[in-house]
Design a protein around this ligand. Structure first.
Ligand code: SF4
Length: 287
């Protein structure tokens, strides 16, 4: 979390909460969430007031969103390491270390702390990516407040077709101008064709799973990435391939990559070297 991040598709990350109610990546039997592992092995020990010993205990951290809103304006600034972000506002990913829509986060906190900062004068200089697996709650929340601000994108994650068919219909109900899907980590082939054709999804992130604490990561078939890219091309939706993961295969052949997460796109087949950002302009009004 911070003003700089290694995550290729954003400039910065911020976490208005710690902990998470869990998902298919984190529960009694599955412990492959990067955030959950880092939280329990390091953060809970070094900052016990902010991070509970158990990742499933959610805490709010007031003030962080305001801090992020105050970060310097990046409009017109070049990013040498992430040239695809040039011409964008500062792109801030909210919740890389937990899920701010977890059931224990009060509505009032979400409204005042999170959307208060996004809609503030300072916060409206940036673009905020709201990625949550609790997308049904975000949909209900957005309807109750009469819509989300135009300088944010509602996003959800899909790992396989089951979760795509469970979450994307709720994503489409969110009252927000911009909507995106993160298909990362992909655990199986996914088709988003029926949803992309509705022209309400503006961005698709694609990626394989990284290794966590010695747990063998799920494999990533390059064909899953190719197929999603082609669906995006057909629907004229920008796609962003983040990483091939720590265990990728091209057909039967395992790939040997120098980057342990498969995040160096110079190592990938050319057709997968796709890093497009959503077409926000000229619709987004700058503050
Ligand atoms: S919702 Fe996100 S932060 Fe929470 S367990 Fe799942 S992957 Fe981890």
């Amino acid at each position: 979390m911070g003003v700089k991040t290694d995550i290729q598709w954003s400039d910065s990350t911020i976490n208005p909460t710690t902990g998470c109610e869990g998902c298919e990546l984190w529960g009694p039997k599955t412990r492959v969430c990067y955030a959950g592992n880092l939280h329990e092995t390091r953060l809970a020990k070094s900052m016990p007031l902010l991070y509970a010993a158990d990742f499933s205990e959610v805490r709010v951290v007031a003030g962080r969103m305001t801090q992020a809103a105050s970060w310097p304006d990046l409009r017109g600034k070049e990013r040498e390491d992430k040239p695809w972000l040039n011409s964008y506002q500062r792109v801030i990913f909210v919740g890389d270390m937990g899920d701010f829509m977890s059931k224990d986060v009060p509505d009032d906190y979400i409204e005042h702390e999170i959307f208060g900062a996004i809609e503030s004068r300072a916060g409206s200089r940036h673009f905020w990516l709201l990625l949550t697996k609790q997308i049904r709650r975000l949909a209900e929340f957005s309807i109750n407040r009469g819509g989300l601000p135009d300088n944010c994108m509602a996003m959800t994650t899909v790992t396989n077709q089951h979760y795509a068919d469970k979450r994307v219909p709720d994503l489409l109900k969110v009252e927000c101008k911009w909507k995106g899907v993160s298909a990362e980590p992909l655990w199986d082939a996914v088709s988003l064709k029926q949803y992309l054709s509705e022209q309400e999804i503006h961005w698709v992130i694609i990626g394989g799973e990284s290794e966590q604490r010695g747990v063998t990561p799920n494999p990533f078939e390059l064909e899953w990435g190719r197929s999603l890219i082609n669906e995006c091309i057909d629907a004229d939706v920008p796609a962003f391939v983040k990483q091939l993961g720590s265990r990728s295969f091209d057909g039967e052949t395992p790939l040997t990559l120098r980057d342990s997460k498969g995040g160096d796109w110079s190592e990938w087949p050319e057709e997968l070297q796709v890093r497009e950002m959503p077409k926000l302009y000229p619709e987004v009004t700058l503050a």
